[in-house]
Design a binder for this molecule. Structure first.
Ligand code: DAH
Length: 344
């Protein structure tokens, strides 16, 4: 018996296991109910009384040794494991998918870049606005159709005083008002942002889109300044050969007002389907800030004058990249977004 115990002691001393299964097999072999040590324990009854003490001590030593050894091996595996078991660490890594900038962001940044070189600073305002900033202070008459339920999303309407209606802004011109309320001329700002209109969603209309508003107020600002800045913008954005033309138009907040066309950048002005064979495509609205708008924000219209312009970022992006369906911009289809991987 003693010889058997000594032999097992020696064995236990040298056991090793290279994985969890091997270790479990060792545990079963030595420490389970039917394991070698328990078998010896069962035979302990047959040991002569005078040897019981010595054999008992040896058996205990063997059991403790085996338990310690197996526990140590187990700990070694657990600390090595790190969740990497079965993973081939030498395998080449998966290529990392890089995200791409959204086309509207690319174009917005390009526009900002052009105007910031001309000294325009970025100004931002809230998307949830009141009627006062979106309409009233921009010289919209109380019964102007743009205030109609069909165009504007209402958040809270106020029966007694429409200027207190809380709405989603329908254009970024509201940021002009906030800038004029809070700062004194000269003011030279660019206001990019999202705007909302209650329109049925289709390939050419959406209930939200993006605009960039420009505003410059100072002494002696003239329509010629406006025209020159817009010509420079058109050339930078669409190429040196681009021409512009201004058509008289109407906006409540500018007088005179105009809409600007650029020579069609797809056919170079010769006429194609895109420009409906006119050679021109409309890209923005603009004009001289109406004196009523200046006065509504406490700017003396006898001393100061200014120009403003506003453009749709989706429109400019369509012109640059011929995106046929506006909905693509907000569907997050990565196949579409991937096409702009190298666009900036
Ligand atoms: N706010 C106008 C719109 O949403 C765009 C616009 C036109 C802005 C003329 C201007 C401007 O500042 O002068 O259609």
């Amino acid at each position: 018996m003693i010889a058997k115990i000594d032999q097992l002691l020696q064995e236990v001393e040298t056991i090793t296991a290279s994985n969890a299964e091997e270790l479990e097999a060792l545990r079963i072999k030595y420490l389970s109910k039917k394991g070698a040590i328990n078998e010896l324990m069962a035979d302990f009854r047959t040991v002569p009384a005078e040897q019981k003490k010595e054999v008992g001590m040896k058996l205990n030593t063997l059991k403790t040794k085996a338990q310690e050894k197996i526990a140590a091996l187990k700990e070694q595996f657990e600390s090595q494991d790190n969740g990497c078991e079965g993973i081939d660490l030498t395998r080449t890594a998966y290529p990392m998918e890089l995200g791409t900038r959204h086309p509207l962001t690319i174009v917005k940044n390009e526009i900002i870049d052009i105007f910031s070189r001309l000294g325009f600073c970025i100004a931002e305002g809230p998307e949830v606005e009141d009627d006062l900033h979106v309409f009233t202070k921009l010289n919209f008459a109380a019964d102007h159709p743009a205030r109609d339920m069909q165009d504007t999303f209402f958040v809270e309407s106020n029966e007694d005083d429409v200027t207190k209606n809380i709405i989603l802004r329908t254009h970024t011109s509201s940021v002009q008002v906030r800038a004029m309320d809070f700062s004194k001329p000269p003011i030279r700002i660019l206001c990019p942002g999202r705007v909302y209109r209650n329109e049925a969603i289709s390939y050419r209309a959406h209930c939200f889109f993006h605009q960039i508003e420009g505003l410059y107020i100072d002494k002696n600002v003239s329509f010629t300044d406006l025209k020159q800045v817009l010509l420079l913008f058109a050339k930078e954005m669409f190429g040196e050969e681009t021409k512009i033309r201004l058509r008289p138009s109407y906006f409540p907040f500018t007088e005179p007002s105009a809409e600007m066309d650029i020579s069609c950048n797809i056919c170079g002005g010769k006429g194609c389907n895109f420009c409906k064979h006119t050679g021109w495509v409309e890209i923005l609205g603009c004009g001289m800030v109406d004196p009523n708008v200046l006065e509504a924000s406490g700017i003396d219209s006898k001393i100061y004058s200014g120009y403003a312009f506003g453009m749709g970022v989706e429109r400019i992006t369509n012109l640059k990249y011929q995106v046929k369906d506006l909905r693509m911009f907000s569907e997050n289809d990565t196949r579409f977004l991937k096409e702009f991987e190298n666009a900036y």
